[in-house]
Design a protein around this ligand. Structure first.
Ligand code: NAG
Ligand code: NAG
Length: 292
């Protein structure tokens, strides 16, 4: 028998033991999940029928955005004691055995280290939400739970849906990512459905920020008006319709309301439409995404 065959049989054996273990424990676990997320430790029945204390900590909450990568930590007291396996609780699917992906779904990848065998789930979908478990089949069994929550990132352009800018003044559009757990790979800007990031038009500039993108037009021309859409790689897009107020037109006619009584300072401020707003990724506990 080759070494590979021996290893394979070993894996299959471990997988079998775990599935039996899970089958017996399923009732307990479901009850525990329903009643409370944090009332640990619970007891699960081992394969030999004896009760064993199996959890050494609370469920770790992990947040990931759709399309992104989730990193589920596996904090075991002695992960070197045996083969680490990851299981999805809702269907008892065995995901990884040791450093190998066991599931047919290759989005599940193990990141082995001496202290933490984190599970990476790539291209996260809403269906990936739920409880995951890593364990080492030692005596007593070492187990660790992580609950994955999924967010759907979206973008926001302050000033949307309609923005008025005077011809010749500067225009600044900011695309902010909301509920994102990862920065975007790119943010495309479209004007009237045409992508303008790489236009190299004089006086028009696109700047990437850590949380989105900024589009600046130095001297707005009538041709700069239209529907601007920002489309981040990993979030729902947003749009704003820019109306350029042409010079010969009276401002009072454009913006609604009577402006004759406004002070020069307020009128001057209207020349610059600035949409800067504080940006924050609304992540409850960002640090929890990146176990040390
Ligand atoms: C816009 O104007 C600013 C200052 O007026 C200048 O520094 C910048 O280079 C200009 N940007 C473009 C793209 O022309
Ligand atoms: C602007 O463009 C976006 C994307 O093409 C579209 O979904 C949206 O309906 C448009 N808005 C208006 C007001 O035309």
């Amino acid at each position: 028998m080759s070494k590979g065959t021996v290893m394979r049989r070993h894996f299959v054996l471990v997988a079998l033991v775990i599935e039996i273990n899970l089958y017996i424990a399923e009732g307990d676990a479901r009850h525990q999940q329903d009643s409370s997320a944090n009332n640990l430790p619970v007891e699960l029945n081992g394969p030999d029928g004896k009760n064993e204390e199996v959890l050494d900590g609370p469920i770790k909450e992990v947040l990931a955005q759709t399309g992104g990568t989730a990193t589920l930590p596996c904090r075991l007291t002695d992960p070197g004691a045996g083969i680490v396996t990851w299981i999805r609780r809702k269907d008892r699917q065995l995901l990884t055995v040791g450093a190998a992906t066991h599931s047919v779904d290759t989005r599940f990848v193990i990141r082995p280290s001496t202290s933490d065998w984190a599970l990476l789930i790539r291209g996260v979908t809403l269906q990936d939400a739920g409880v995951y478990e890593c364990q080492v089949a030692t005596h007593p069994v070492q187990q660790n739970f992580a609950r994955l929550k999924i967010t759907e990132a979206y973008s926001l352009i302050p000033g949307a849906p309609d923005l008025h800018v005077k011809q010749g003044s500067s225009l600044r559009l900011e695309c902010q990512l909301m509920l994102a757990t990862e920065p975007p790979v790119y943010v495309f800007w479209y004007r009237q459905g045409r992508m303008i990031n790489y236009d190299a038009e004089p006086g028009v500039k696109v700047e990437a920020t850590k949380t989105g993108s900024i589009l600046i037009v130095n001297k707005t021309k009538p041709s700069h008006g239209g529907n601007y859409t920002c489309a981040p790689s990993n979030a729902r897009s947003a749009y704003v319709v820019v109306h350029v107020i042409e010079e010969e037109e009276k401002p009072a006619a454009m913006h609604g309301g009577d402006r004759r009584n406004l002070s020069p300072a307020i009128l001057a401020s209207n020349f610059l439409v600035s949409l800067l707003a504080t940006v924050s990724w609304r992540i409850p506990s960002f640090t929890s995404l990146y176990p040390t």
